[in-house]
Design a protein around this ligand. Sequence first.
Ligand code: ATP
Length: 366
Amino acid sequence: MTASQPIADPFLSVRGLRKSYGAFTALENIDLDVARGEFVSFLGPSGCGKTTLLRAIAGLDPQDEGSIHIGGRDVSKAPPSERDFGIVFQSYALFPNLTVAKNVGYGLVNRSRPRKEIAERVAELLALVGLPDQGEKFPGQLSGGQQQRVALARALATSPGLLLLDEPLSALDAKVRVRLRDQIRDLQQRLGVTTIMVTHDQEEALAMADRIVVMNHGVIEQVGAPSEIYGAPRTPFVADFVGHMTFLDGVLAGPRRVRVGGIEFTVAEDAQGSVGAPVRLALRPETARLQGLDDATPNRFEARIGELAFLGSFCRARLEPTGSSGLVISADVPANAMRDLGLAEGDVRPVAFPPDSLRVFPGAPS
Ligand code: ATP
């Protein structure tokens, strides 16, 4: 497992965090640093512990062990009110009987700020989230996307050091989601507020975050920039969870050589183990090449096109390498290439996967 690289002078620092519910361990030895102004996403399947970690950072569900520092202050045992964060939940959680303006100004009223200052700040925030004329409405009179923007304005009202977003987009429909995703990212960049967003949606994490924390079963599997998580997954779990991946069982055939069935692949990375060691080769479907191949193209083999699934801008082809019965590999073929190649089910075509697109993981011992 790979923990976060330490960051000099992090805004948020988590060390050795542990949390159990009875006999069930929800978080195990979590170490994480988040830089000032960074947008970090906690990504993982349902039940992996991402909300538990967010709530521990907020002090809403304190950890059993470990420490949390926010802005250089040890808040490990501090109540939520002393942790300097604003939070947005999946379910908006607005007060239905208060106007939008009163919802946004709620935290400022609690802090006994002067009425004029509150009115100005509320107007500023509503303009910031693109709802300048909606202050007198009640939450029930707004769409889901608008309500979530009010929740965002409310979370930002006290200018917190840390913005926590717990699946803020998952209750919204697809188009609104994408629009609000861009708006949140834009707002976060303009304000420079350190932000953590919990999501189980990989596309959301890839599109929005500076760094992604991939979690599984209460531990951090990998922390990295979206391109790193996608292009250089460190574990089979990350490879499988983020994006689509074909895994093939094979053996090491030499330095940077992996044999799978009747095909010998050249890989760019040094795989661990001696010749004959079992490995799992991981191939991204979009790295398949079907055009411009010649005899010198590495990792070129013949495959039968078993099935073509139309997915809009591309087709996902089921490749069945000839001479390696039982092997199946996914390949994504862009619409243009489909047209140029005149690809049809049952065709036998040359295919190649560039060596630097392949990942090698240790295989199960036979
Ligand atoms: P989801 O995307 O489904 O919200 P998650 O990754 O956010 O998943 P958590 O809510 O952090 O998951 O929960 C992690 C694990 O801890 C789950 O197995 C959950 O059932 C368990 N858990 C969470 N809260 C409690 C609780 N109050 N009591 C007992 N178990 C809990």
